[in-house]
Structures are given as C-alpha cells and as structure tokens.
Design a protein around this ligand. Structure first.
Ligand code: GRF
Length: 199
C-alpha cells in the first residue's frame, strides 16, 4: 500500500513536526514525500528541510494568475510524488474545487474547533468570543465547502475564563498533535484513503 503523503502548510509547522517525529519513531506509517507552502518564511519549510523530506517547495501565489492556476501547480507537484494522502497542516488558503476534484477523498485537514462549530479562519478567537466552556479540534476530510467534510476524529479541551487566545490555542494544539498522527496512520493502514463509500 502507498504510504506517501504530501503536507501543505503555511505556518509554524508544529503538526508537521509531530508527524515527522512519529514517523521517525515508527508510530506512524506515513512517508512525507513533499511539503508545499505558500509562505516563503513558513516554519514548516525549515522543519521539512531539517527532517530531510525529499521535496520541500515554496510556491508563490503571486506568480500565478488565479487560485485555480496556483492550485494546479501544487497538484502537479503532488502528482509527481504519487501521494496517497494530502495532509493540510495549517494551510491558510482555500483550495479550488479543481484541486479538490483532482484528489477525491484524499485530502484531510485539522481545524482548531469542534466542528461544525466555529468554521473559518479564527476558530479559537470565535470560540472565546462565544464564551463556550469546551472547545477542541477536528480532523476532517476536505470537500468543496469550507470546514464541512466528513469528520474523522475530534478531541475536546476545557476553555478557562482566564484563557488568552494563545492559552486556548496551545491547549488545543496538544490535542491536535495526538489525533492528527493517529488518523493519518489509520487511513494509511486501512482501506479508507480514497474510499468513496464513506460519503
Ligand atoms: C492549527 O491550529 C490547525 O488547527 C490550524 O492551523 C494551525 C496550524 O498549526 N488549521 P501548526 O502550523 O501545525 O503549528
């Protein structure tokens, strides 16, 4: 079975780091073939280089005429590596329908809330504003509707009255790091990758 994965990330890359560490420790049956970022200074790129990921790419969105053209370039790079799974780890761009259709049921994301609550770019801030007492994170498949694909795993954390954005995000990230690796491992070692019967 193909265990190759692509990771797309825009930020500091702590989820990528945890995935790479779990692979190195034999706890996750994935092989990170390519890491793509839309940000030249993303921590994720450096993490990937340090870990010896075969292909570490920065693609500048400004060099493409449209979202679809940019996504097509990303898709081409992912196809070169023949990846079974595309893991979004803090990838802060909305994917075009063209990209999503190129990889049916093969794209997963981690989102810092208990979906379907608090979809969108600032789930942590929105949860604090709403005054919820519990939040968490969700691993889900990516479909055309933002943060709305099939839920694969969730974990919850308490929200404390004293929480700053950073406090809550950090508590959520600890759970992200546990559940994302587990889902990736499960998907790659079962028949669920690309399995349309789950929709
Ligand atoms: C995570 O909180 C994830 O839920 C969100 O973006 C953040 C990425 O964090 N989608 P990192 O770059 O993996 O540290």
């Amino acid at each position: 079975m193909n265990h190759k994965i692509a990771v797309m990330a825009s930020g500091k890359g702590s989820n990528l780091q945890v995935i790479l560490d779990a692979i190195a420790q034999g706890q996750c049956a994935a092989q990170v073939e390519v890491v793509i970022s839309n940000k030249a200074d993303a921590g994720a790129l450096q993490i990937a280089r340090n870990a010896g990921v075969p292909r570490v790419l920065y693609l500048n969105p400004k060099e493409y005429d449209s979202r679809a053209a940019y996504d097509l370039a990303c898709a081409k790079e992912i196809k070169k590596s023949n990846c079974a799974l595309i893991v979004l780890a803090g990838y802060m761009r909305i994917l075009s329908p063209e990209f999503i259709h190129t990889f049916p049921h093969q794209i997963i994301n981690i989102h810092p809330s208990l979906l379907p609550a608090f979809k969108g770019a600032d789930a942590v801030g929105d949860a604090l504003k709403a005054g919820v007492k519990v939040s968490g994170c969700t691993v889900h498949r990516v479909n055309e509707e933002l943060d709305s694909g099939e839920i694969l795993a969730q974990a919850c954390v308490p929200v404390l009255d004293s929480d700053s954005w950073h406090d809550l995000h950090q508590r959520i990230q600890e759970k992200e790091h546990a559940i994302y690796v587990e889902v990736i491992h499960q998907l790659l070692t079962s028949k669920r990758v690309g399995d349309a019967s789950h929709h």
